[in-house]
Design a protein around this ligand. Structure first.
Ligand code: BTN
Length: 242
């Protein structure tokens, strides 16, 4: 009863944010067939042409400290990769922090936006953008080489509603596990899905780039990168090249 569907919308993130501010309950979901102002990370544009993808934003109201927020993005990525693998029969991996790749190309992005005061989360909105039936020519030229869809990977069209149901089902299961047992069991499942860990990576941040060996994530979901001089750097948010 908390699902809001739109054929066209600017961004499901904005709508979900509006509902959250008006007191909508945890679990409220905004889904759209087409977004005309889809938002990506770092101020980028997210293209969501009609009929092709899944664009949805989920409202959560966890009683958590602010610094735990990235864990929920990682949790969401696990729910999506496990759905691709076990429900769609398509192998996919997570590239830290929140890109989902098939054969090295991006099939899904996650954008978590948060509303907090001092150290407490009021609510957070997890936006998921999945390329489901997108054809290569539907991607904007600048991402065509680096983007893919479930249809391209599987060679057939997929129904979107059952995929949405599966993702939400797994997300709920993982979220309950997380609230009961903390991040450790989620982290284990995340590590099984991740390609970043154990690899040489280049990190591009606003402040500049650094290269090193991705050792893992810590208990808050931060990426740990060991540089050649032995220094261990915590990376909170960045673009990672493998
Ligand atoms: C990224 O990889 O940069 C994140 C992309 C997130 C896109 C989704 S689509 C649903 C939700 N609404 C938005 O405007 N953005 C997110």
């Amino acid at each position: 009863q908390h699902v809001h569907y739109y054929a066209t919308i600017d961004s499901t993130q904005n709508k979900c944010q509006e509902l959250a501010k008006a007191g909508a309950p945890e679990g409220t979901l905004v889904v759209a067939d087409e977004q005309v102002g889809g938002k990506g990370r770092l101020g980028r544009v997210w293209h969501s042409p009609p009929g092709a993808g899944i664009s949805m934003s989920l409202l959560l109201r966890p009683a958590l400290e602010l610094q735990k927020c990235p864990q929920l993005t990682l949790l969401t990525a696990v729910a999506i990769v496990e759905t691709f693998r076990e429900f769609c029969g398509i192998g996919a991996q997570i590239k830290w922090p929140n890109d989902i790749l098939i054969d090295g190309k991006k099939v899904c992005g996650i954008l978590t936006e948060l509303n907090a005061e001092s150290d407490r989360i009021h609510f957070l909105i997890i936006g998921m953008g999945l390329n489901v039936n997108t054809l290569p020519e539907q991607f904007p030229e600048e991402v065509r080489e680096v983007a893919t869809s479930l249809r391209i990977a599987k060679g057939e069209t997929l129904r979107r509603v059952p995929i949405i149901q599966q993702i939400l089902f797994r997300l709920e299961e993982l979220y309950e596990l997380y609230l009961e047992e903390g991040f450790a069991p989620v982290k284990k499942r995340w590590e099984r899905c991740a390609i970043t860990i154990g690899k040489k990576v280049t990190i591009r941040m606003l402040q500049g780039a650094l290269s090193g060996y991705a050792e893992g994530i810590d208990d808050t979901g931060v990426l740990l990168v060991r540089q050649e001089d032995g220094v261990l750097t915590k990376v909170y948010s960045a673009d990672v090249e493998i």
